[in-house]
Ligand binder design. Structure first.
Ligand code: CTP
Length: 408
């Protein structure tokens, strides 16, 4: 569904008291420009960071901030009851703790408790606060309740420090808000996604691995679930949390990933192989830790090839299943990168291949991605760059078009 076909939503934007409150203005503006009716509920401390007139002018509606205003209209519950979706941007550590505990001693608290609408929160705080056990626990509680958490991103914070805790970009927050309320254009579709990087054991404490964090694959799984798909994620050593709407099967080695994926693939309408799978594994795993004393100055490991899961999936693929592979390449030259992609899709036999450049500082583990998607003929069918959630959305749009084209 294009944005213009979407009917206007009643969006409640909760703004809480953090420096990132100034970026809430961009979130509100984007929602208003897309035609939605935006009602801002600001906490008192939010109004110390961004002024009421700004929020009212940008949202084009009065801003609510006091529990005891409009009591005759029972405003403390009315705002929440009429919301199609609520988004908190920024959500401070304090607000997250209050949400987890169900506090209702201010207008934002009552609004949220009185609502059954999807709730999206964009945490913003210093890294230490984000990583504090109390916040980690509160976020897990909210996630279990179905709250959609966007970000935080990693980057420059308010002071000179940087790290995870920076509020997600306004565009990503808006994408998450709109995804939370539809379109459910993948409803009824069973999608199997693999993500993360496999680890091939050498002995009980060591492995050969790769630097994939699983961010892109998890973003695809999360976005597909938000769009109504039934999603199973085979996750290898993921560095990122998985939303509860996604069924996670945790694996570690290429062999485990192969077994889980090949076992689940026949009942999937779509298989997306985003995992970085080891091509080789040690041919024998030592039963106990290898010791320097017994190994001497040199240690030789004999590696044997692993199964090519994507190629195996392609061989046994049901006719109407869409199979999407990824290609991680370090080639710097664009035409040569595409040539590698063309050669890879021909070799693997999948329907679409998402080619992305990886390197010491690109691709693996980063928040952003830049991809080119090839079809079986080797033609470019889509190019996307941006945050991994936004790239995930574009890949799913392409998937929908592909499924639509092949079924008509
Ligand atoms: N893949 C797989 N099984 C493997 C290796 C890779 O299923 N043993 C899948 C990956 O999940 C990805 C695609 O194949 O979807 C391409 O992976 P990539 O690492 O880019 O390519 P390789 O198969 O390793 O080929 P090359 O060594 O030529 O890069």
């Amino acid at each position: 569904m294009s944005e213009s076909e979407r009917s206007p939503l009643n969006v409640v934007v909760g703004v809480t008291g953090g420096i990132a409150a100034y970026k809430a203005v961009a979130v509100i503006r984007a929602l208003v420009l897309e035609g939605h009716d935006v009602h801002v509920v600001a906490t008192e401390s939010a109004l110390r960071f961004v002024g009421l007139p700004t929020l009212e002018a940008i949202s084009r509606n009065p801003v609510s901030h006091e529990l005891f205003e409009g009591v005759a209209q029972v405003r403390h519950v009315a705002i929440g009851q009429s919301a199609d979706v609520i988004v908190l941007a920024p959500a401070t550590a304090n607000t997250i703790a209050r949400l987890a505990a169900g506090f209702a001693d201010d207008l934002l608290g009552t609004t949220i408790l009185a609502s059954t609408a999807p709730l999206v929160i964009a945490p913003a705080m210093h890294t230490e606060m984000w990583q504090n056990a109390a916040t980690v626990h509160n976020i897990a509680t909210l996630r279990d309740r179905g709250v959609i958490i966007v970000g935080p991103a990693s980057g420059q914070l308010t002071g000179t420090d940087s790290g995870p805790g920076r509020m997600a970009e306004p565009d990503d927050i808006v994408d998450a808000v709109l995804a939370a309320v539809g379109p459910k254009d993948l409803a009824g579709t069973r999608i199997l996604v693999t993500a993360g990087g496999t680890r091939e054991p050498i002995d009980p404490v060591r492995f050969i691995g790769n630097r994939s964090s699983g961010k892109q694959g998890v973003a695809i799984a999360a976005a597909a679930a938000a769009r109504g798909a039934s999603v199973t994620l085979i996750g290898a050593n993921l560095d990122v949390p998985v939303p509860p709407a996604v069924t996670l099967v945790a694996v570690s080695s290429a062999e485990e990933l192969a077994e889980a994926t090949l076992g689940a693939s026949s009942s999937a309408d779509v298989v997306i192989m985003a995992a970085a799978v080891a091509d080789y594994r040690p041919d024998a795993v030592a039963a106990s830790k290898l010791k320097k004393d017994t190994q001497g100055d040199e240690l030789t490991l004999r590696l044997v090839k692993t199964q090519d899961i994507l190629a195996s999936l392609a061989e046994s693929k049901p006719a109407d299943q869409v199979l999407i592979g990824f290609a991680a390449e370090t080639e710097n030259d664009d035409p040569a990168l595409l040539e590698l992609g063309r050669e890879k899709i021909a070799r693997k036999g999948c329907d679409l291949l998402v080619v992305n450049r990886v390197g010491w500082t690109t691709g693996f583990g980063t928040d952003d991605n830049s991809v080119v998607v090839l079809d079986r003929a080797g033609d470019i069918v889509m190019e996307a760059s941006g945050t991994k959630p936004s790239v995930a959305g574009r890949i799913l749009d392409l998937l929908n078009r592909t499924r639509h084209d092949t079924s008509t």
